[in-house]
Every structure is written in C-alpha cells, then in structure tokens.
Design a protein around this ligand. Structure first.
Ligand code: IDP
Ligand code: MG
Length: 159
C-alpha cells in the first residue's frame, strides 16, 4: 500500500514562484519526499515523458510548454500515494478543479481555452496518473542513487 508517485512543478508553477507553496501541501499531509531536483528538459525527454499523448492534437504544444523553462521534479512516498497525490493536485482542467486543490487554487483556465489558443494547458503541476505510470515515470526521471530512504518524524503518527 506504500506507493511512490512522480510530481513535476511545471514551468508556469516555477516561474510564478509556487514551488514552496506546492511542496508544502504534500509535506502537510505527511507524504514523504524521497527525491527532488530542478531540471530543464529538452524536447526529446518531454516527448518520452508524454509518449502516451503522442497522437493527441495538443501534443506539440504540450511538449513546447513543458520545455519552456525549468521544472522541479520530486518523488513522494506514502499510503496510496498515487491517488492521494492526484487528489491534492485536482482535475486536469483548472476550471473544473475544486478549490483547495493545487490546480483549483492556483489556476483557472480550461483545456478548451488552451487548445483554442494553440497552447499546452498551463495547469501548474504534473502527477502520475496510475501506479504503472508512476513506476515508468520515476524510472525515466530519477536514477536509483538520487532517491533516499529515511524516517520522517511524521511516520510514527501518519503511516
Ligand atoms: P493530467 O496532467 O491531469 O494527467 P493528461 O490528460 O495526462 O492530464 O494530460 C497531460 C497534460 O496535457 C495536462 O496536464 C495538460 O497540461 C495538457 N493537456 C491536456 N489536455 C489538453 C488540451 O485539451 N489542450 C491543451 N493541453 C492539454
Ligand atoms: Mg496524465
């Protein structure tokens, strides 16, 4: 039941100075950060990360968006981490994301609006969509020696 999930603060989130705000939300619920780094990924890496979306009409714009500035990538660990992280992140389209979620609190655009403008949907953050996706994404983004095992003070009460 203890899972790991990949989170990426996208270039819009980094440029808006939301890194601290966002990380805090995962720490607040007792999820544990086991790896973290800033990266400015290139087109090839972005295409690999979003390979499941290769045939989507917004693929090129999405790759353009995720490579337009540096991102902060981290791996969180905890009980049902994949679902819990998605719950904190909120709906893909910020205009449908509930207040209290990261996308609902820090953005309001819709994917329809982004597509109409010919842009990738700027929704601040990425989170793995399933356990399988999490495993693949963590392998792509993090080397084994970039991840750490340690005990947090929360674990006594949260895990
Ligand atoms: P997710 O990030 O919530 O898992 P996905 O469907 O996997 O959502 O889409 C990946 C990313 O592609 C979204 O986070 C968003 O940035 C972008 N995206 C999704 N749908 C659209 C669209 O219709 N137009 C433009 N960009 C989109
Ligand atoms: Mg997804």
């Amino acid at each position: 039941m203890i899972e790991r999930s990949l989170v990426i603060i996208k270039p819009d989130g980094v440029e808006r100075g939301l890194v601290g705000e966002i990380i805090k939300r995962f720490e607040n619920v007792g999820l544990k950060i086991v790896g973290i780094k800033m990266m400015w990924i290139d087109k090839r890496f972005a295409e690999q990360h979003y390979s499941a979306h290769k045939t989507k009409p917004f693929f090129k714009e999405l790759v353009g968006f995720i490579t337009e500035g540096p991102v902060v990538a981290f791996v969180v660990e905890g009980v049902h981490a994949v679902d819990n992280v998605r719950r904190l992140v909120g709906h893909t389209s910020p205009h449908e994301a509930a207040p209290g979620t990261i996308r609902g609190d820090f953005a309001h655009i819709s994917m329809a609006y982004a597509s109409k403008k010919g842009l990738g949907g700027k929704n601040v953050i990425h989170a793995s969509g399933s356990k399988k996706e999490a495993e693949e994404e963590i392998k792509l983004w993090f080397k084994k020696d970039e991840m750490h095992s340690y005990t947090t003070v929360h674990e006594k009460h949260v895990f």
